[in-house]
Ligand binder design. Structure first.
Ligand code: ADP
Ligand code: MN
Length: 512
């Protein structure tokens, strides 16, 4: 042992000399608990093992373990704006309660009563109480949308004589610049300027544009980093506020945590709250938040741009609204499926880019995706015929093609298959509708696992009722494209789509 070791050991050897206890330099009589490195290691090991076990047992429910994500009490305090808005909501609620008390006092038992309804600040959730909620679905009047700037004809000026206005006119140009701010990335805060009669000079506009672009690039970089952080951070303050309002209004009881973070959406689990007069809230809900960062959605243009249901609106919309349109599409498609009796989540409510639906699963545990379950051969067969049946129903009764049908978007719950994720679904007469259907058929037929499964071409004919006879994939695909082209030509010539592709009589219904 070295000299230090000897000195340190000295006090333990006995009550040492008097000078030693007085001397500030004397070694303290330590009573440190000895703990070997091996113990520490094993404790860590145990913790790690436990964590591993927990992760294996609850792979998807990440945040649930850390307590509820949003409740009436637990709120995020990181954003001043949100905090202020929440306080305001709380204040409004108290104000309303006071109003109701006064109403009661004044009216008493009187037969004629007066109502303070118009003075109330908080209204039931559906009625869009807060002023920040623009009814985006109404594209005819949007206070944040500038009136179309007057276009200057090609000759470069309008008016006559001394009233000539050229395209260089300061006012016209300024207004145009203000309107153009709308094209900046949605994260870029341009304030309410768009709705006012603001006139931005070219110089100011260009500087802003530069800044918006560099911000966009910066936020894209930041976003990548964020992707690896917790799911909760992926929800921006505005979305959190929307979620908070759902809890605050009593529609939801608690939002427990995140079920899934995808490229385009984040899905949360929530316990349903109180039913309203016209709505029953399921005991457990799934909240699908469509991400408002646009990068991913750019690739999806072709689904929605050519969908005639959205065609008129697409060109007029800013990116923020396009994302809401995805959510709206999912809602409409789910409703159609619900009406046809296809097992799928039931729509509860749509708020901007947030869709609340019933939860497929139980006690916060979502039903497994078809790719994650091992089915007995009997269940496998059952599932296969059910999928076949659902594809036919989807096509004929809902007039829809799923367009992203795979074992990732089918859940196994209650001994049957549930279809989810239908925001990209299109009608069969969509310019690429039949191609999407063929792709769906390929996904299903390849994963069949059932001896008598149809091949992708047979499946396609069985679902669509079309009778494409080509016996190889290349010719088959060529015929599909020819059909799509025929439909497009029909649109060109008649200004509207075929109601459906003609088929040679009713195809056989496939069932077990
Ligand atoms: P994405 O576009 O991100 O794929 P999905 O609609 O497929 O969005 O949802 C992602 C995941 O969230 C699903 O794979 C599923 O596990 C879960 N999920 C979505 N909706 C529900 C629901 N209603 N009930 C239970 N789980 C759901
Ligand atoms: Mn999906």
């Amino acid at each position: 042992m070295d000299s230090v070791g000897v000195a340190a050991a000295a006090p333990d050897a006995g009550p040492g000399p008097a000078w030693q206890s007085k001397c500030p330099w004397g070694a303290p009589s330590t009573t440190s608990i000895s703990c070997s490195l091996a113990d520490v290691m094993s404790e860590q090991l145990a913790k790690e093992l436990q964590l591993e076990e927990e992760n294996a047992a609850f792979p998807e429910v990440v945040a649930a373990a850390e307590g509820p994500f949003i409740t009436g009490e637990n709120i995020d305090t990181s954003s001043d704006l949100m905090l202020a808005q929440m306080l305001q909501m709380e204040f409004d609620r108290e104000y309303d309660a006071q109003l109701r008390r006064e109403e009661k006092k004044i009216n008493g038992d009187s037969k004629v009563s007066i109502s303070f309804e118009n003075y109330r600040k908080v209204h039931p959730y559906d009625s869009d109480s807060s002023e920040d909620e623009v009814d985006w679905q109404d594209t005819r009047h949007d206070p944040y949308r500038a009136d179309k700037p007057t276009t200057t004809p090609r000759r470069g000026f309008i008016g006559k004589g001394k009233d000539i206005t050229t395209k260089h006119d300061e006012v016209v140009c300024g207004r145009k610049n203000t309107a153009r701010m709308e094209n900046f990335a949605p994260e870029f805060q341009v304030g309410d300027g768009i709705g006012m009669d603001l006139k931005l000079s070219n110089q100011v506009f260009n500087a802003l544009k530069q800044h918006a672009y560099s911000e966009e690039r910066r936020s894209a970089r930041l976003h990548e980093k964020k992707e690896h952080s917790t799911a909760e951070k992926a929800v921006d303050p505005k979305t959190r506020l929307l979620l908070y309002k759902m809890v605050n209004s009593g529609m939801l009881e608690t939002i427990t945590g995140c079920i899934s973070t995808g490229k385009e959406s984040v899905v949360f689990h929530a316990y349903g709250g109180n039913a309203t007069e016209d709505k029953v809230i399921p005991p457990e809900c799934a909240i699908k938040v469509f991400k408002t960062t646009l990068n991913e959605f750019k690739n999806r243009d072709k689904y929605i741009k050519d969908d005639y249901r959205f065609k008129d609106r697409f060109s007029k919309l800013n990116p923020r609204k396009i994302i809401r349109m995805w959510a709206e599409k999912e809602m409409h498609n789910l409703t159609r499926m619900q009406n046809a009796g296809i097992p799928c989540p039931q729509v509860v409510i749509l708020k901007k880019h947030v869709l609340v639906m019933s939860f497929i699963g139980q006690d916060q545990v979502p039903a497994p995706k078809l790719k994650d379950v091992t089915l007995s051969s009997e269940d496998m067969k059952k599932a296969y015929y059910q999928i076949l049946n659902m594809m036919q129903q989807l096509y004929r009764e809902c007039n829809l093609v799923h367009a992203d049908l795979s074992e990732y978007n089918m859940l196994w719950h209650d001994g049957k298959v549930w279809l989810i994720d239908v925001s990209q679904s299109v009608e069969p007469t969509h310019p690429h509708g039949l191609e999407f259907l063929f792709r769906d058929c390929r996904n299903v037929s390849q994963k069949g696992g059932v001896a008598e499964a149809l091949n992708e071409r047979e499946l396609f004919n069985a679902v669509s009722g079309l009778n494409i006879t080509a016996d190889n994939e290349v010719d088959f695909q060529a015929e599909i494209e020819a059909l799509e082209k025929m439909n497009e030509d029909h649109v060109q010539n008649h200004g509207k789509k075929l109601s459906a592709f003609s088929s040679d009589g009713d195809p056989p219904i496939y069932d077990e």
